[in-house]
Design a protein around this ligand. Sequence first.
Ligand code: CA
Length: 229
Amino acid sequence: MDYSRARILVIEDERSMAELLRKGLEDQHYAVTVAYNGIDGFEYANKGDFSAIVLDVILPGVDGYSIAKRLRATGNQTPIIMLTARDALDDVITGLDAGAEDYLTKPFSFVELLARLRALVRRGARPLPPLLQLEDLCLNMRSREVSRAGCVAALTKTEYALLEMLMQNAGHVVLRPEIIKKVWGTHDSIEQSSLDVYVKALRSKVDSDPATKLIYTVRGFGYKMMGSK
Ligand code: CA
């Protein structure tokens, strides 16, 4: 594959930075399109067939996170590398959560940007992750949207991770340590009782009616999701 023929969309409002990126990327024989604000950026990204997007976070109109989120929500899986402010770890996490594949903190070295872009272009767009469904409860792993009986539920990141894990194992008991390891990771320790608090919150959002219950407590072991049919 000839990576140099790839089309790159640069969304950056700072003119001097945008021009530097354009020139540098064109020197590497990429075809470059530049958008100077979030609104144009989203429109180009949505319509164009790009190999990768270099996306600044702070933009007039629509910010970089919203662009990434909206693209993913509409099924656009063009790889995104986000340009964030220096040392802003929260920005990085927000960017990755929004659907970006990679990030660079400003100021960055152009050589590093080229290396990251090559990797993204090589990897290409990810296949769409599936939709998990249990009766009228739907979880879209692409848009991370959860709905019950057609009503969208606003879940926190942890509640979402917990539900995704339980739904992936629907029909089986998932043991408490297994859930904690998957949702919170091996390095973070949470109290056993905290898990119940999260499950309670999750139930109140997506499983509040006992008549159509989907999340079951298996006392002493863990939790199990199953439909009534
Ligand atoms: Ca900016």
